[in-house]
Design a binder for this molecule. Structure first.
Ligand code: ADP
Ligand code: ZN
Ligand code: ZN
Length: 818
C-alpha cells in the first residue's frame, strides 16, 4: 500500500501538491501538521497537511517529504474549512490564505533569513551540538539562510534544528525590526509615611503655619488622595493647589512629600492586581443587552447601532462574561488602530490574564505565543482582542465574536491576497463554530444596516449617550462666505478661532481633524503652472515641511524640496491644498502659548508611536491635537470639548461610490470625541458647501436619512449592497499592453455578463510604482449565482493567462472591493 498527502504550500498555486509518505509516517501524520517538502529544483517549503490518502497523482511522480515538523496539528479542521471558504469566496489560493494566516515564524522555507536574538547572558548550555554550531555561526555572520545552515551542518533536513532554536529563543526568522518600548514614567507624590497618623499630620500642619503655600499643598494632597483613593500625579497636585512645581520640590527636599514613578506601560498586564467587577448597566444598556440575547436566540448575527459613547463596550463586556462562564472562547475584533491601551486596560481590569492581544505591531514571538495559547485553549487566551488577522487563530471552541467599529474599511485587506473582509469572514467563522456574533458601531456600514433591515441580521439600538451626556452641538461654517468677508486667518475661520480661544480659556482640550498628512499636497509654479510629479506614479508630490522634502504617498519616493521651478526656473512657488503639518504650523502661530501636537502616519511610526500621543493627550500635556482619521477610532478623552473639522469638502468629493457614506462616518466619529462628560461638546465643520445633504445629516445626527438617501443611489447605480461586485485590476509597466489586455478581458466578460460589466477604465491615479493600472468592474445582481459568476470569471482568467502577450500582465481579483 502506498500513502500520499496533499499539502498546502504558502505560494499561489492553483492546486495542492501531492507527496508520498511511508506507512509509518501515515500512521503518525495528522491533517493540520507541518511538513517540510521539496519544491521545484531546489526549494524547500513548510507545508500544511491537508489530506491523507492512497491515490497517486496521475501527471507527476510524487516526491518524498523531507521532514515532519510537528507532533500534533498546528492548524485545526475548522481553520482549514475557513481557509477553504476564503479561497473560494475571495478567489485566491489556499497558499495565499496560509501565508496570511500563520505567523511567519511557523513558515520556515529556503528563503527564510535567520538572525540571532540579542539576549544577555544567554545560557548556551541548553543548546544541543547541532544547535550550538548554528548559534556559533551567527556570531560571525549576522544572518544565515537555510541552505547556509545545511552547509554548516552538512545535512539536508535542518528545519527541525531551526525550529528548536526558535523555541529556545536563541534565533529569530526574518529581519524583523521591532521597537523596544521605553515605558513612560509618570510622576506621583504622596505624603511621607511618617505623617500617616493623624497626630503627626496635625503637627506637620501647625509647623507649616508660616509657610502657607506649602501648607496649602499638603492639605490639597490630603484631600485629593482621600477623595479619589488613587495615587496623585504631580501634575494634578499642581493644578488643584495652584502651586508651582518649585514649592512641591521644596517639600520633597524637606522629606515631607515623597516622589515616586509609576510606569504607564499598560499594554503589559502585570497580573498582580485583582480584577474589577464589571459595571452595572443603565436602563438603555440593560434593554439593549436583553434585546441582543433575545435576538441571538433566533439569529447568530446581530447589529448593535449605538451612538458614540453610549456604552457599547460595557454591553460587550456583559456578553463576554456569560460566554466565559460556559468555558468558551471569545474573539473581540477591532480595527488595528482602535486597539488602544485604553481598551486593553479596560478589559484586563475586568478579565485579567484571560485577555490576549493579537496585533501586527507585536513581534513574531508574541504572536506565536498567542497562537499556541489559543491552540491549547489555555486560560490565558480565553478572550483574544485582535485586529483583522486574528480571525486566523486556531480557535476550537468559540462562543462569541464581537466586531467593534464594524463599519471600518480597514477590516478589508487590500493587498496582497487574500483580499478578505475580516467582518464578513468572522460571520462565516462564527457559523462554523455555532457561535454568536455581534457587530457594533455608532455609524454602521450600509451593508450591515441593510442586512439588518432585511432581517438577515438581528438589530438593536442605543440612542443615548451614557449618563445622558448630550450629543455634541455641531455647527457648519461656510468658508466661502468667510473668505468673501475676509474672516479667515489661513485655514481658520473667525468662528473656529473664537471657539478655540474659549475652550482653551476654560482649560479644555481641542482636536482638529484634517484628512491629509504632510504640509501641502501640491506645489505649483505661479509663473508656468508646473508642479513636481512622482517619477513612478501619476500623482503630485506632497510637500513635507518638517524634512523640507517632497514625497509620494503612494510609493514612498522622496526628494529635497526645490528652490525654484524645474520647468521655468521661477522662484515663485505656491502651495496648494493643505495637510496636518500646515494646520499644526498655523495653530502654533495662532496660539503660541498652548501645546500643540500632531497625530498622523508620519508621527506614529513604531510599535508605541500612537500610544505615546494618546497618553500625552490623556495626561493633558497637549492642548490641541491635529490629526488625520487616526483620531476617529474609539478614543475616549474626558477633557476634549471642541472638535474642528478643517475642511469637509475633500472627503465629500473623493472619487468613490462610498465617499458620502465614509464622510458621514468619519465626521460623526470624530465629532463623537467631543464632550464625553457632563458638559456638552462643540463641533465646528468648515466647508464650502454647508447645504450638502451629508453635512446636514451629520449636523443633525440623522443616520437614517443618510442611509435612505445613499441606498437610493446604490439602487440607481447598481452598487453594493444592492449588487455585489468584483473588481478586476490589470497592471503592467507598458501602457499599450495593459490597455490591449484590459480591452480583451472586458470584452470576454461582456459576452457573459452584458451590461453588468464596466470598463476598462484608468483609475484616478493611473500609474503607481511604474505600473499602469486598468480597472474592470463586474456587477452581480442578487438573483445571479455568485458561485457560477466566479467560475465564469476564472475560466476567462485562465484563457487570458494562456495568451502569450498577456502573460506578463498582473491580474488582481478583488471580491467586494473597498
Ligand atoms: P462606546 O463604546 O459606545 O463609545 P463606551 O463603552 O466607551 O462607549 O462608554 C463611554 C464612557 O461611559 C466610558 O468612559 C465608560 O467607562 C462609561 N460607561 C459606559 N457604561 C457605563 C456604566 N454602565 N457604568 C459606568 N460607566 C459607564
Ligand atoms: Zn515654472
Ligand atoms: Zn510615487
Amino acid at each position: 500500500m502506498q500513502y500520499f498527502i496533499d499539502v498546502i504550500i504558502p505560494i499561489p498555486l492553483q492546486k495542492l501538491f501531492t507527496y508520498s509518505i511511508t506507512a509509518s509516517e501515515s500512521g503518525f501524520l495528522k491533517v493540520g501538521m507541518r511538513v517540510a517538502v521539496p519544491f521545484g529544483k531546489s526549494k524547500i517549503y513548510t507545508g500544511i497537511v491537508y489530506k491523507i490518502h492512497e491515490n497517486a497523482p496521475t501527471v507527476y511522480e510524487a516526491k518524498d517529504i523531507q521532514q515532519i515538523l510537528d507532533d500534533s496539528p498546528l492548524v485545526n479542521e475548522i481553520q482549514l474549512q475557513l481557509w477553504q471558504w476564503i479561497a473560494g469566496y475571495y478567489m485566491c489560493t489556499l497558499g495565499d490564505v496560509m501565508r496570511a494566516a500563520l505567523p511567519s515564524a511557523f513558515i520556515l522555507e529556503s528563503e527564510t533569513v535567520i538572525t540571532k536574538n540579542i539576549v544577555e547572558n544567554f545560557d548556551e548550555s541548553i543548546l544541543k551540538d547541532d544547535e550550538f554550531l548554528v548559534f556559533e555561526a551567527l556570531h560571525h555572520q549576522s544572518t544565515l539562510k537555510i541552505h547556509d545552515i545545511s552547509n554548516i551542518l552538512d545535512k539536508k533536513n535542518v528545519l527541525p534544528v531551526i525550529k528548536r532554536l526558535i523555541e529556545k529563543e536563541a534565533i529569530s526568522v526574518e529581519e524583523e525590526v521591532y521597537e523596544k518600548y521605553k515605558p513612560k514614567l509618570v510622576r506621583y507624590v504622596k505624603l511621607h509615611a511618617k505623617y500617616s497618623s493623624e497626630e503627626s499630620l496635625s503637627k506637620l500642619l501647625s509647623d507649616l503655619q508660616r509657610a502657607q503655600k506649602q501648607r496649602q499643598i499638603v492639605m490639597t494632597l490630603f484631600m485629593l488622595s482621600s477623595k479619589t483613593k488613587k495615587p496623585v500625579k504631580v501634575k494634578d497636585l499642581v493644578n488643584e493647589s495652584a502651586a508651582s512645581s518649585a514649592i512641591i520640590k521644596t517639600l520633597i527636599d524637606k522629606g515631607i512629600l515623597e516622589e515616586y514613578h509609576i510606569q504607564t506601560d499598560r499594554v503589559v498586564y502585570s497580573g498582580s492586581e485583582e480584577t474589577e467587577a464589571t459595571k452595572l448597566l443603565n436602563e438603555y444598556q440593560k434593554t439593549a443587552l436583553s434585546e441582543i440575547k433575545t435576538s441571538f436566540k433566533k439569529q447568530n448575527v446581530t447589529l448593535l447601532h449605538g451612538v458614540t459613547s453610549s456604552g457599547k463596550t460595557e454591553v460587550y463586556v456583559k456578553l463576554i462574561e456569560d460566554v466565559l462562564k460556559d468555558g468558551k472562547q471569545v474573539l473581540y475584533l477591532l480595527p488595528e488602530i482602535a486597539l488602544t491601551a485604553q481598551l486593553i486596560t479596560r478589559l484586563q481590569n475586568y478579565f485579567g490574564e484571560q485577555v490576549s492581544i493579537f496585533h501586527s505591531k507585536y513581534s513574531t514571538h508574541e504572536r506565536v505565543e498567542v497562537w499556541n495559547n489559543v491552540l491549547h485553549n489555555s486560560a490565558k487566551a480565553k478572550i483574544v482582542l485582535g485586529a483583522r488577522s486574528s480571525i486566523f487563530l486556531p480557535f476550537s471552541d468559540l462562543g462569541l465574536i464581537i466586531v467593534d467599529e464594524e463599519h471600518e474599511q480597514s477590516f478589508k485587506q487590500f493587498d496582497p491576497a487574500p483580499r478578505y473582509h475580516a467582518r464578513d469572514t468572522a460571520v462565516v467563522l462564527a457559523n462554523m463554530h455555532q457561535a454568536k456574533i455581534l457587530l457594533g458601531s455608532a455609524t454602521p456600514s450600509l451593508e450591515s444596516y441593510f442586512n439588518a433591515k432585511q432581517n438577515k441580521y438581528g438589530f438593536v439600538e442605543i440612542t443615548r449617550r451614557y449618563n445622558n451626556v448630550l450629543m455634541p452641538d455641531i455647527e457648519l461654517v461656510d468658508i466661502k462666505d468667510k473668505l468673501k468677508k475676509k474672516r479667515m486667518k489661513g485655514h481658520f475661520s473667525d468662528r473656529l478661532i473664537e471657539e478655540m480661544t474659549e475652550t482653551l480659556k476654560a482649560g479644555h482640550q481641542i482636536i482638529l481633524f484634517q484628512n491629509r498628512r504632510g504640509f501641502s499636497p501640491i506645489v505649483e509654479c505661479k509663473t508656468c503652472g508646473h508642479s513636481p510629479q512622482c517619477p513612478n506614479c501619476d500623482v503630485s508630490l506632497t510637500y513635507h515641511q518638517y524634512r523640507n522634502q517632497l514625497r509620494c504617498h503612494y510609493c514612498g519616493y522622496n526628494a529635497a524640496m526645490m528652490q525654484d521651478c524645474q520647468a521655468c526656473g521661477s522662484q515663485d512657488l505656491d502651495n496648494k491644498g493643505f495637510g496636518t503639518e500646515q494646520i499644526e504650523e498655523e495653530v502654533k502661530l495662532l496660539f503660541p502659548d498652548n501645546k500643540v501636537a500632531r497625530m498622523d502616519l508620519d508621527t506614529t511610526r513604531g510599535k508605541y508611536g500612537y500610544e505615546k500621543i494618546i497618553t500625552a493627550l490623556e495626561q493633558q500635556e497637549i492642548d490641541i491635537l491635529v490629526g488625520t482619521q487616526m483620531l476617529t477610532k474609539g478614543l475616549d478623552f474626558r477633557n476634549v470639548k471642541l472638535v474642528g473639522i478643517m475642511n469637509a469638502d475633500n472627503m465629500l468629493n473623493f472619487p468613490d461610490f462610498r465617499a458620502h457614506e465614509r464622510s458621514y462616518q468619519l465626521m460623526q466619529q470624530v465629532s463623537g470625541r467631543a464632550g464625553r462628560t457632563e458638559e456638552r461638546g462643540k463641533v465646528l465643520i468648515q466647508t464650502y458647501n454647508p447645504h450638502h445633504n451629508i453635512l446636514q445629516q451629520v449636523s443633525t445626527n440623522n443616520y437614517v436619512d443618510m442611509f435612505i438617501e445613499q441606498m437610493n443611489e446604490r439602487f440607481n447605480f447598481k452598487y453594493p449592497p444592492v449588487f455585489k461586485q468584483i473588481k478586476i485590476t490589470l497592471k503592467h509597466k507598458d501602457y499599450i499592453r495593459v490597455e490591449t489586455a484590459s480591452i480583451w478581458y472586458a470584452k470576454s466578460l461582456r459576452q457573459i455578463f452584458k451590461d453588468n460589466v464596466l470598463g476598462p477604465e484608468s483609475p484616478p491615479i493611473a500609474r503607481i510604482r511604474n505600473q499602469f493600472h486598468k480597472n474592470i468592474l463586474v456587477k452581480i445582481p442578487k438573483q445571479q449565482s455568485l458561485v457560477k459568476t466566479k467560475e465564469a470569471i476564472i475560466k476567462i482568467n485562465n484563457s487570458f493567462q494562456s495568451i502569450k502577450d498577456f502573460r506578463s500582465v498582473k491580474v488582481i481579483l478583488n471580491v467586494d472591493n473597498f
